[in-house]
Design a protein around this ligand. Sequence first.
Ligand code: SIN
Length: 298
Amino acid sequence: MSQTVGNAAPDGATAPDLTVVPGGACLGAEIRGVDLRRIDDRDFAAIHRAWLDHLVLLFRDQRLSDDELIAFSRRLGELDWAPVQETGRRFVEGHPELYVVSNVVENGIPIGSLGAGEAAWHTDMSYLADPPKASMLYAIEVPPSGGDTGFASMYAAYDALPDRLKQRIGGLRVKHDGTYNSGGYLRQGVTATDDPRTSPGAVHPLVCTHPDTGRRMLYLGRRRNAYLAGLELAESEALLDQLWEFVARAEFAWEHVWRVGDLVLWDNRCTMHRRDPFDASARRIMHRTQIKGSAAPA
Ligand code: SIN
């Protein structure tokens, strides 16, 4: 059921109402009737509430400059600087907060990261001690087909786990690998390795509590080079395979088909996302921002 927040413009005229329209899956809602260049505190409070409730929010038909994307992102908190891209480029000139996700090559140099291939399920930058709490992706150019992005609720995945499995994983901690990004590319300055026990990364509890909602969630991060601390490698691999097979169920996911001007904001603490491949000769350009987390996952 959709919810509407009435909204009086400063000049007394009636601004379009901000409406939250859930997509019918266990996560994801569209926010209608809002121009992200002009939101007041009441709009923002409604957006923030909807974000905690629905985990992933879609805003269609936005027309944001880089500065406006950054200004809206800052309403959620201090921004992280973008990670170094696969090419060694750090960020968009003059905008250290912007990360470019793109397959476009200009003058022989990729302008962004992740190419046109599949991006595997992951939580952004969970290989850090304090991963970002939120990410936003803004669509500037999209291919005619493919490149859709799926999101999964890690609350729903945890809630649905069989009790025996919940008990088994209760006290475990998992290594989130920092060797490869979700497109399978080696991160800048890191030595390639496929040994999960020694690869670089952060170790976080496998079951965490969301700091704002108090809900329990699975915190898996990414599969490649994951390792359950203290277990024999074979046991770790078998248990991780079991968990990943479980979370890949369609019932935990919502898929977004992009249009130019879409902005998607997700809660990076309780979701994972993945991307379909697309035709490498088509162009896809997305600008991403990330909001710093306030605490390590716990
Ligand atoms: C990402 O994994 O952050 C990018 C997802 C996408 O390209 O849709």
